[in-house]
Design a protein around this ligand. Structure first.
Ligand SMILES: *[C@@H]1O[C@H](CO)[C@@H](O)[C@H](O)[C@H]1NC(C)=O
Ligand SMILES: *[C@@H]1O[C@H](CO)[C@@H](O)[C@H](O)[C@H]1NC(C)=O
Ligand SMILES: *[C@@H]1O[C@H](CO)[C@@H](O)[C@H](O)[C@H]1NC(C)=O
Ligand SMILES: *[C@@H]1O[C@H](CO)[C@@H](O)[C@H](O)[C@H]1NC(C)=O
Ligand SMILES: *[C@@H]1O[C@H](CO)[C@@H](O)[C@H](O)[C@H]1NC(C)=O
Length: 547
C-alpha cells in the first residue's frame, strides 16, 4: 500500500525536488566509521527480579505496589522482561543488531538494598558484572547509567532528591560501582533525564515518587541533583579516570519546542525560553561558558516568587560562586534523549492560564501543544513524528554550548504491538536522516543509541506502549524475545553506517511463527496504518533528495 503511495508521490514531486539545492545527489550518505551505534534499556523497565536475592525496594516498586491504579494497566515491573534471568539472550540480541554499544542502567537498591553503603548485595554486584563481561566478550562497549530513576525507597522517606543528604549518599553508591565496574566500563552517565526526575517526580503526579507538589520541590531536587552529579564526576576525575581511562557525562532530555508561528517573535522567544527551562536548567550549569542556571530562569522565578508572596528568596535556590565553578564543565559529552516536538507559544505572565501557581509550567510561561499538527502519530499520545525537531534540537545544543560532543542517548517510537513495525522503520530512517543533516551542518554527534532494545515496562503506560526493536512475549515463562522488522533494518543501518531507504524486509520464518501466535488485540492499531499520506509525502521528498 505505502509503496504505491510513495511511487505516486515521487512522480508528482520529482521535478520540484530536483530543484532543492544543497543536497548531494546520487551518493548515499554515511555515518563516520567510528560512529557509536547503540541500543538502550533501563533496569526497572526490563529486569524484573524485584525482590530477587537481597534486592531492596525502589520508589517504582513502592509506587506500583501501593498505587496500581496510577498505572494504565495496573501493572508493575516485578517480572517485566525478566532480564535478571534472561540477560544472556539480551546480549545475543545486542550482537544481532550489530551495534557497538549497549546502554543499560544499574538499579541502586539491587546493589545497595537500603541505599547506604552499610549494606551491599553480592548478588546484585555479580549480576551487572556478568552482564558487563558478556558484552565485552563480544566487543560491545557497555554504556552504563548510574541512576535511571530507581531510588531506594528508604532514601525517598528522607525526601529523596529534595534532601541534600542525597549528595554524599549518591557519591558513595557511585564510588562503589566505579570500584566494581570502572575497570571494564568506559562510558558512564551519572543521571538519566534530570528534568523527568525532578519535575515529573516532584512537581506533578507523573513519575515516582509522585509528590504532585508544584513549583518548589522540583527546584530543590534539581539543585541537589546537579551537585550530586558534579561531585561524582569530580570523584571520577580525581580517583578513577586516569587509571580506568573512561569518560563520564550526563543525559538530558526534551521535546523540541517548535514556534507555533515561525514569524512571531513572541513564539520564537517562547521556544527559546522552553529550551532554557527544559535543557538549560541542567545544561547551563554544566555546559555553558559561565555556568549557573539560565538567566531567564533565575529572573522569571525570582520575579514570580516575589509577586507570589515568597519574599526575597526565590523558589529557585541560588548557587554560590564556588558551587557554580564546581559544577561547570562536569561532563565529557552531551547526552540527549528526545522523541518528539511540540508547538509552542507564549503564556507571558498570564496568571489566569491553565497551570497551577506556582509551578514549573507557570514559571516557564509557555503553552505547548500538538493540536493541529499534521505529524504522524504513534502508540503514545505525546509522541508525534517530526524529524526536523531532532535537527533543530541538535543545532540548538551545538550553538548554545559551543559545539560539544553530542551523543543521542535515546530516540525511538512506540506502537501498540506486533512485529511488522514499518512505522518504526520509517521513524528511524527519518530521525537518523535528520541527525545526519545536523552533522553535515556542524553538530558534533558521535553516537546514536536507539530506544529500545526490547518491549519493556513503560512506566505509567505499563505494558500498553511498545518501544522495542525486539518483541517480548510477556505471557511466556521465559519472556521469549523475537526481532521485529525494525530490528533487521536497524541492524542493517549499524552494519553499513548508512540508511537504505529501500530496505523493507518482510517477516521471515521465525517471525511468521511468532506473529501467528500473537493475540489479535496486540496487533492494533496496526502499525502500518499509522503511515499515512503526510509521512509518505515526507519520505518521498527525502527519497527524491537522494536519488
Ligand atoms: C524581573 O523583574 C525586573 C524588575 O521588575 C524586570 O526588569 C525584569 O525584566 C524581569 N525579568 C523577567 C525575566 O521577567
Ligand atoms: C489569560 O488566559 C486566559 C485563559 O487561558 C484567557 O482567557 C485570557 O484571555 C488570557 N489573558 C491574557 C491577557 O492573555
Ligand atoms: C495522519 O496524518 C493526519 C494529517 O494529515 C494526522 O492528523 C493524523 O494524526 C495522522 N494519522 C495517524 C494515524 O498518524
Ligand atoms: C567532536 O568531538 C570529538 C570528541 O570529543 C573530538 O575529538 C572532535 O575533535 C570533535 N570534532 C569537532 C569537529 O569538533
Ligand atoms: C523459552 O520458552 C520457549 C517456549 O516455551 C521454549 O521453546 C524455549 O526453549 C525456551 N527457551 C529457553 C532458553 O528456555
Amino acid at each position: 500500500m505505502w509503496q504505491v503511495l510513495i511511487k505516486i508521490s515521487l512522480l508528482s514531486l520529482c521535478c520540484a525536488a530536483a530543484t532543492v539545492p544543497g543536497k548531494p545527489s546520487s551518493s548515499v550518505r554515511h555515518f563516520p566509521n567510528d560512529f557509536l551505534w547503540g541500543v538502550g534499556s533501563s533496569s526497572y523497565q526490563i529486569e524484573g527480579g524485584w525482590n530477587a536475592d537481597d534486592k531492596g525496594e525502589s520508589i517504582w516498586d513502592y509506587l506500583t505496589h501501593q498505587n496500581p491504579e496510577k498505572i494504565v494497566d495496573q501493572s508493575n515491573g516485578d517480572i517485566s522482561a525478566d532480564s535478571y534471568h534472561q540477560w544472556r539472550r539480551d546480549v545475543q540480541m545486542v550482537r544481532e543488531l550489530h551495534v557497538t554499544s549497549y546502554r543499560f542502567s544499574l538499579s541502586w537498591p539491587r546493589i545497595m538494598p537500603g541505599g547506604y553503603m552499610n549494606q551491599v548485595s553480592t548478588a546484585g554486584i555479580k549480576y551487572y558484572s556478568n552482564l558487563i563481561d558478556e558484552l565485552l566478550r563480544y566487543n560491545i562497549t557497555p554504556m552504563v547509567t548510574i541512576y535511571h530513576w530507581e531510588l531506594p525507597q528508604r532514601l525517598q522517606e528522607l525526601g529523596g532528591w529534595t534532601n541534600p543528604e542525597i549528595i554524599p549518599v549518591f557519591q558513595d553508591y557511585a564510588r562503589l560501582v566505579l570500584e566494581m565496574y570502572g575497570d571494564r566500563v568506559k562510558i558512564w552517565t551519572t543521571i538519566n533525564e534530570p528534568w523527568h526526575v525532578c519535575e515529573h517526580g516532584y512537581g506533578v503526579d507523573y513519575m515516582a515518587p509522585s509528590y504532585n507538589f508544584p513549583g518548589i520541590p522540583a527546584y530543590l531536587c534539581g539543585h541537589n541533583l546537579l551537585k550530586a552529579h558534579a561531585e561524582v564526576v569530580h570523584m571520577y576525575r580525581n580517583e578513577f579516570q586516569q587509571r580506568q581511562g573512561g569518560r563520564m557525562g550526563i543525559t538530558l532530555d526534551t521535546s523540541w519546542p517548535e514556534p507555533r508561528d515561525p514569524d512571531s517573535a513572541e513564539d520564537r522567544e517562547a521556544s527559546e525560553r522552553a529550551m532554557q527551562f527544559y535543557v538549560g536548567w541542567f545544561g547551563h550549569p554544566i555546559f555553558s561558558k559561565h555556568g549557573n542556571y539560565p538567566k531567564v530562569m533565575i529572573e522569571r522565578i525570582r520575579n514570580l516568587s516575589k509577586q507570589q508572596g515568597f519574599g526575597a528568596r526565590s523558589r529557585l535556590p541560588e548557587f554560590t560562586m564556588e558551587e557554580i565553578h564546581r559544577i561547570k564543565g562536569t561532563s565529557d559529552f552531551f547526552g540527549i534523549n528526545s522523541y518528539t516536538s511540540n508547538l509552542v507559544n507564549s503564556n507571558g505572565h498570564n496568571n489566569t492560564g491553565k497551570f497551577p501557581i506556582p509551578s514549573f509550567n507557570h514559571d516557564m510561561g509557555v503553552v505547548e501543544s500538538q493540536a493541529g499538527v499534521d505529524w504522524p502519530g504513534s502508540g503514545s499520545v505525546w509522541l508525534k513524528v517530526y524529524p526536523k525537531g531532532m535537527y533543530n534540537l541538535l543545532m540548538w545544543i551545538h550553538r548554545e554550548y559551543n559545539g560539544p560532543e553530542i551523543i543521542v542517548t535515546e530516540n525511538g517510537v512506540s506502537d501498540r504491538g506486533g512485529l511488522e513495525d514499518y512505522a518504526r522503520v520509517d521513524y528511524y530512517n527519518l530521525y537518523l536522516s535528520a541527525v545526519l543533516d545536523a552533522m553535515e551542518d556542524g553538530a558534533n554527534v558521535s553516537g546514536y543509541i536507539a530506544w529500545s532494545l526490547m518491549d519493556s515496562y513503560e512506566w505509567k503506560a505499563g505494558y500498553t506502549e511498545k518501544f522495542g526493536l525486539y518483541h517480548v512475549d510477556f505471557n511466556s515463562p521465559n519472556r521469549t524475545r523475537t526481532p521485529k522488522i525494525s530490528a533487521r533494518v536497524f541492524s542493517n543501518i549499524c552494519k553499513t553506517n548508512s540508511i537504505d531507504w529501500s530496505y523493507r524486509p518482510t517477516l521471515n520464518d521465525e517471525q511468521l511463527v511468532v506473529a501467528a501466535r500473537l493475540p489479535a488485540e496486540s496487533m492494533e492499531p496496526n502499525s502500518a496504518s499509522t503511515l499515512n499520506w503526510s509521512l509518505s509525502l515526507f519520505l518521498a521528498i527525502l527519497l527524491a533528495w537522494h536519488c
